[in-house]
Design a protein around this ligand. Structure first.
Ligand code: FCB
Length: 441
């Protein structure tokens, strides 16, 4: 079967600073919450640390060479706040700025557009010591950081995203298995409210620059939950709560419809965790955006009688080689929901999609990653169907360029198109890299 994508469709790959850069304590970089969290016993699989990761701080030329080999139009990466402003506020680290200038220059030289995220989960540790996102002052801290980014890199970045997957802050503050490792839901709810305000204020700052060629948006992942048994009320209630109270509803409602949903508001009240808010907050949060970035991995089916099994799937990354639990078709449904329920009437980019292999599968199986190719192919087919229905998807970014530090899974989960040999730091193209290059061509 052959399907054709629009000529101007953007093809890309994605990474994030904390997952690839390494050089954690070099050239003036300050610690981030992931540097601290990963040192707590038992938090990261095999006790892995992000200190070296793929060493992209030193191997940036090789990374760009790989982008060229793939033939991507655009590279999605993130800035490390603590590399640029080591303590989160105050002194700027010129060596950090120089690193990103070099990356952007290399991209430009090779005709690859930059899609850059301001915040991909790595809050400066010094700011966490002051309460992190739980402290309303974070809005000023974030605006200070965003100002530096916009002043230094401005229109060299084609697409700016304020945040990647804000839900990570919920996981880190309420559930404890991401940095900073807290388990306090009330605090987490407050933190998310502040995070959304940081987003809104950063968009306002961006608008003040009146850039002609850059756009701004946000990246929110959607793991849509469905009832496993369509006619089972408990399954239905469970899926609905997972979507509205602990899932995408937390963000999409305030960002695109304004305010928190009735269901979330009631939940806050009955659990005494309504965040402190100020007048005008919801207007700040609901800024007009130029694009929406959707990270899509899978659809999830909730069975109230089998909660354990579902937790297992979710923790293992949600999709894995050829499993019946893989639901690429959910992509089209999610896209339609964005348009119909949340009135997202701006261009949409799939900013992440991919599939993990286990390091334990061995190098050979990792290099011959047919199951990844099959899954991505299925996702692209569903994406194409959505295009045919008239949904305005403008691009697709595969996660990830290379195997990297996969948060609490450490180096055990490999998502790359390129295999990272963590001993030699050599990058080796997998079957999927060759396949993806061909798709792009
Ligand atoms: C997403 C994250 C990204 C990566 C992939 C596998 O949730 O945004 O950093 O870890 O999952």
């Amino acid at each position: 079967m052959q399907i054709e994508f629009p000529k101007n469709f953007t093809w890309g790959v994605a990474t994030a600073a904390a997952q690839i850069e390494g050089a954690a304590f070099e050239d003036g970089r300050g610690a981030s919450i992931w540097d601290g969290f990963s040192r707590l016993p038992g938090k990261i699989r095999n006790g892995n640390l992000p200190d070296i990761a793929c060493d992209s701080y030193h191997l940036v030329e090789r990374d760009v060479e790989m982008l060229k080999e793939l033939g991507v139009d655009s590279y999605r990466f993130s800035f490390s706040w603590s590399r640029i402003i080591p303590e989160g506020t105050g002194k700027i680290n010129e060596k950090g700025i120089a690193y990103y200038k070099k990356l952007l220059a290399l991209l430009k030289e090779n005709g690859i557009r930059a899609n850059a995220t301001m915040y991909h989960w790595d809050l400066p540790y010094a700011l966490q010591m002051k309460g992190g996102f739980g402290n309303r002052e974070v809005i000023d801290w974030f605006c200070g950081y965003a100002t530096v980014l916009l002043d230094c890199f401005g229109e060299d970045v084609d697409m700016w995203a304020t945040f990647n997957e804000p839900i990570a802050t919920y996981v880190g503050y309420a559930q404890g298995f991401f940095a900073p490792g807290l388990r306090d839901e009330k605090y987490a709810r407050q933190a998310l409210h502040h995070l959304l305000l940081c987003h809104g204020e950063a968009v306002k700052l961006f608008r003040k620059h009146r850039f002609e060629n850059s756009k701004i948006g946000i990246v929110v992942d959607v793991w849509k939950h469905y009832p496993a048994r369509e006619d089972n009320d408990e399954d239905k209630a469970m899926a609905m709560e997972n979507n509205e109270i602990r899932g995408y509803g937390m963000f999409l409602h305030p960002l695109f419809l304004g305010g928190y949903s009735k269901m979330l508001t009631d939940y806050f009240e009955s659990n005494r965790m309504t965040p402190l808010m100020q007048e005008g907050d919801f207007d700040t949060i609901c800024q007009p955006l130029d694009f929406y970035g959707l990270n899509f991995y899978n659809g999830l089916y909730d069975n109230a009688d089998n909660v354990r099994e579902i937790e297992k799937i979710r923790k293992s990354g949600g999709n894995y080689q050829d499993r019946p639990e893989n639901h690429p078709e959910a992509l089209k449904d999610v896209l339609r929901m964005l348009v119909e329920k949340y009135h997202v009437n701006i261009p949409i980019y799939i900013t992440e999609n991919g599939m993990p292999f286990e390091d334990a599968d061995g190098k050979e199986a990792n290099l011959d990653d047919q199951a990844r190719i099959r899954y991505v192919k299925d996702v692209l087919i569903w994406l194409h169907k959505a295009l045919e229905e008239g949904i305005d998807v403008k691009g697709y970014y595969l996660w990830s360029l290379l195997d990297n530090f996969e948060w609490s899974a450490g180096y055990a989960a490999r998502y790359g198109l390129y295999y990272t040999d963590y001993a030699s730091l050599e990058r080796i193209p997998k079957m999927s890299a060759k396949w993806y290059a061909q798709v792009i061509r």
